[in-house]
Design a protein around this ligand. Sequence first.
Ligand SMILES: O=C(O)CCC(=O)C(=O)O
Ligand SMILES: [Fe+2]
Length: 272
Amino acid sequence: MVNEKEINFFKKNGYLIKKSPDQISLNKLQDFVYKILSKKKKSLSKDKKKYFQSLHKYITKKELNNFRVNAITLINRNKNFRDLYYNSSKELLDGLVGNEIAMQKKINLSIQIPNDTKSMLPMHSDIYAGESPFEVVVWIPLMDVKKSTHSMFITNPKDNIAINKAITKSKKLTIIKIYNKFKKKFKFLKINFGEILIFSPIIQHGNVVNTTKETRISLNCRFKSLLSPYDVFSKTHRNIPHFFQPHTVKPLTKIGFNFIETVNKKKFHGSL
Ligand SMILES: O=C(O)CCC(=O)C(=O)O
Ligand SMILES: [Fe+2]
């Protein structure tokens, strides 16, 4: 259960890191990713974490994008992977979002190898891309992630106001310049394998070139309460219902929608 202290932490900071009670699902997620990556680039170590950490020794920067796209395709072909993903974060979702859930159709995989400038996701709030303010990002590390450029950074909601103003009002400054101006306000997160990070994409976050000696591998996927609004301000590809798909639907929600549909079609006969 997410306790009151954790709920208050999330409300104040816009994120929460918590050990998942479902370590079996997490291990299975890690296992699956290990299998598909090591099928393409054979591992010299049986230790999954070690393989992930040293992935840059198996792959060139040039090969990386195809390698990642191929892995993402295989992950998203596997229906069980979605259930494992949901199960591993269910406790956090129940506590912060709800128990009837819509899940992003596509799960993403990040592979941040040392000194790679091409996989950077500079500071952003997913809200600019039309994401719903009702959603959260569930970010799952597949290895221990260090509090450094190995990780992703997030800002504090109270600093987000000034950063957001600079981004939306400044005509001259690029995102990188704004990032540098506010650099001290960003906090890199330490997250160990076994823990889950959940955050509101309204808060500025992102990553920089990984200057550590280790590759970082993590997954991310968005979730929202099934019946919360999809189109908030603008119609974009992100907040139309196709971006998400229902994952957990309670019986009464089905009965209710079935009732509306049959009445609209003048076919209601009193059955559920
Ligand atoms: O994994 C990262 O470094 C960034 C992820 C991100 O921006 C997201 O999940 O929305
Ligand atoms: Fe993001």
